[in-house]
Ligand binder design. Structure first.
Ligand SMILES: NC(=O)c1ccc[n+]([C@@H]2O[C@H](COP(=O)([O-])OP(=O)(O)OC[C@H]3O[C@@H](n4cnc5c(N)ncnc54)[C@H](O)[C@@H]3O)[C@@H](O)[C@H]2O)c1
Length: 357
């Protein structure tokens, strides 16, 4: 297999925590250019993951002049659209981190640019590639749940506010937990339902705990003075076919029902949730049944089976799309609808009105 030459824009948490190690493990990537506003970060990533002569930049426009086929956009949310669009215009394929963009208008411009230039654009929704997600998607596609008419998209943390980087900065991120982790849960839910036609959204957006100072936060106390985004948000989404989705997202909430990047689906034939591993519930022979698929391979003592991590599958799918013309799993138009719905939850929360599409 030939190597794919790529450049990386943004060498922070998600670059070092997901993409760079996964590309290295994959072995078919050649990372030949690194860019970060903080030059030392780009330099450090080059030393750990790059080719010997890889370029190091602080301006992504310089990186785009490099001979790379694909660009990874791993910067804060506000730059996803401008950097991705510039990369597509420069003839590069793009892997952009989630959320696709701050606004629907930006997401739409990204999709239109990809379609006009004929370049591949995908978004880093790695939860779709988890073993439980793949199993549930196959069950949905086989019609095992019937018509899915009610769903819940879960992104609830009790106290886990990300205090590094610019996550608390409304300007840079476009919002808090809703756009940050609500985006994963909603993406997973729409994908399972295979339903991308929203009709209306009502939302509530809260900043209720952000001024508290003894926080019990997973990543240390947050600074209320820089906490300019919501700490929780909730959406009631009605789809054109009559289906309903309840979306819940929080970084801080007084709740013990903590679930993230999960979906609950209720269909006419069966239901499913991920609350205690993947569970499919239905009625069989007049009795309520719960099916818990064994998602580990094998059944061998002291050996859990070979399992590919979602983040590894993500790289393989992107490589195969670019190099072998295989289909994407995360289509940009799907991610665009996620952005459209999230924007409507924010708008509804701000205006107190229901948003109709
Ligand atoms: N898929 C996931 O589950 C997941 C998890 C965490 C973060 N993310 C996403 O990844 C993105 C980055 O988050 P992070 O945690 O890595 O943040 P981070 O702050 O750790 O890293 C971002 C890096 O981008 C650099 N940067 C900012 N603007 C830039 C620009 N214009 N050009 C070049 N470099 C620039 C910063 O200096 C920083 O090093 C966000 O959009 C976030 O939503 C996704």
């Amino acid at each position: 297999m030939r190597k794919l030459r790529v450049g990386v824009v943004g060498c922070g948490g998600i670059a070092n925590g997901k993409h760079l190690p996964a590309m290295k493990k994959n072995g078919n990537f050649e990372i030949v250019a690194f860019c970060d506003l903080i030059e030392e970060r780009a330099q450090k990533a080059k030393e750990e993951y790059g080719t010997e002569d890889a370029g190091v930049y602080t301006d992504y426009r310089e990186l785009l002049k490099e001979d790379v086929e694909a660009v990874y956009v791993l910067t804060p949310n506000s730059s996803h659209a401008p950097v991705s669009i510039a990369a597509l215009e420069a003839g590069k394929h793009v892997m952009c981190e989630k959320p696709m963009a701050k606004t629907y208008a930006e997401a739409k411009a990204m999709v239109e640019t990809a379609e006009r230039t004929g370049k591949i654009l995908t978004i880093g929704y790695q939860n779709r590639y988890r073993t439980d997600s793949i199993y549930l998607k196959k069950a949905c596609e086989a019609g095992e749940l019937g018509d899915i008419y009610y769903a819940r998209a879960h992104a609830v943390r009790r106290r886990a506010v990300p205090t590094w980087g610019v996550f608390l900065d409304e300007e840079k991120q476009g919002g808090g937990p809703l756009i940050d982790i609500g985006t994963h849960a909603l993406d997973l839910t729409l994908w399972m339902m295979n339903n991308y036609e929203p009709e209306m959204v009502t939302g509530s957006v809260y900043r209720k705990l952000a001024d508290q100072t003894e926080t019990g936060n997973a990543w240390g106390d947050w600074d209320p003075n820089v906490f300019t985004v919501e700490d929780s948000a909730f959406g009631f989404i009605k789809m054109k076919n009559g289906a309903t989705i309840h979306l819940e997202a929080s970084w801080a909430l007084n709740s013990l029902d903590v679930r993230e990047a999960q979906t609950t689906l209720c269909g006419t034939k069966a239901g499913a949730d991920m609350a205690d591993g993947l569970r499919i519930n239905r009625v069989n022979h007049g009795r309520q049944c719960v099916e818990k698929p064994d998602l580990k391979a094998g059944g061998v003592a002291f050996y859990d089976g070979k399992e590919e991590k979602g983040s590894d599958v993500e790289q393989r799918v992107f490589y195969n799309a670019v190099v072998n013309g295989e289909p994407l799993t995360v289509e940009p138009r799907q991610a665009m609808v996620v952005t459209q719905i999230l924007e409507a939850v924010y708008e509804s929360g701000r205006t107190g009105k229901t948003i109709y599409f």
